[in-house]
Design a protein around this ligand. Structure first.
Ligand SMILES: NC(=O)c1ccc[n+]([C@@H]2O[C@H](COP(=O)([O-])OP(=O)(O)OC[C@H]3O[C@@H](n4cnc5c(N)ncnc54)[C@H](OP(=O)(O)O)[C@@H]3O)[C@@H](O)[C@H]2O)c1
Length: 232
């Protein structure tokens, strides 16, 4: 079941966003064949890669778009985003779970607010901000954070070769290397709550070939942050 040699072709679902573009670059650097999905209006954002990747335009929760994009892929990297009130995250996750190849490694991105076993310890500040964002997002019909929770519930319940990567707060900047990770929010190593976006993408790519991460939900933090240096 293992290894590096198994990955030849990857699908990147949500390829035109900031995380997605970093993943496209990392994947090409590893010599993987890349198929990217993004909204039709966002195709120009991938112009720099247009001659090196296949682009399937369309919404990521469109099952036909996903079926086409993940065919033959050994790995599928999915950016789960809760935009609108259209079950965008859960629709995307379900399509990937249903249509990807049985042997494919499936890597999903989300934030620290996702908990797999309820053992994460959140600060009151984090909980308050999450509650506010959830209510406000719903009220404005702009963001459906509950649906990202539902998407992850479905992934956790599946027997596919999944990994759900839980990102901390993000910043831009040069790579600092592969982030550190831990099982639960509240673990001291995660206290700095900051990761470079380019390294979030690196962790997603490396997860494709790390069988220790199968059916895990690692919470990540930048490897040069004070908490990671103190506890790694
Ligand atoms: N931002 C953070 O601080 C943070 C923290 C922790 C974890 N995360 C996780 O990191 C991942 C990447 O998120 P990000 O915030 O950094 O953004 P990002 O990488 O720029 O990705 C945003 C994605 O959402 C799509 N999108 C934007 N507006 C949309 C709309 N109205 N309808 C449908 N799709 C839309 C974008 O597609 P287009 O290119 O077509 O616009 C893009 O694929 C997510 O899984 C998020 O949960 C983010």
């Amino acid at each position: 079941m293992s290894g590096t040699n198994r990955i030849r072709k990857v699908g990147i679902i949500g390829a035109s966003g900031k995380l997605g573009q970093h993943m496209v670059r990392h994947a090409l650097e590893r010599g993987y064949e890349v198929v990217g999905v993004c909204r039709e209006s966002s195709v120009p954002k991938l112009a720099a890669y247009a001659d090196r990747i296949t682009i399937v335009p369309g919404p990521t929760n469109d099952r036909d778009v996903i079926r086409q994009a993940v065919a033959g892929c050994d790995g599928v990297l999915t950016v789960l985003v809760p935009w609108g009130v259209q079950q965008y995250s859960s629709g995307t996750a379900q399509a990937v779970l249903d249509h990807s190849e049985p042997h494919a490694r499936l890597i999903f991105s989300c934030g620290w607010h996702i908990t797999r076993d309820g053992k994460d310890q959140y600060s009151w500040k984090f909980k308050t901000a999450l509650q506010l964002a959830t209510r406000l997002g719903r009220l404005l019909r702009a963001v459906e954070i509950d649906d990202q929770v539902e998407a992850c519930r479905r992934i956790f319940a599946s027997n596919r070769l999944w990994t759900v990567v839980r990102g901390s707060d993000l910043e831009e900047g040069e790579s600092q290397g592969l982030p550190e990770w831990s099982h639960h929010i509240g673990d001291p190593i995660l206290a700095s709550n900051l990761t470079r976006r380019v390294d979030f993408a690196l962790f997603m790519i490396e997860a494709l070939t790390d069988d220790l991460l199968i059916q895990e939900a690692p919470a990540i933090v930048g490897r040069l942050t004070p908490s990671a240096r103190a506890h790694a």
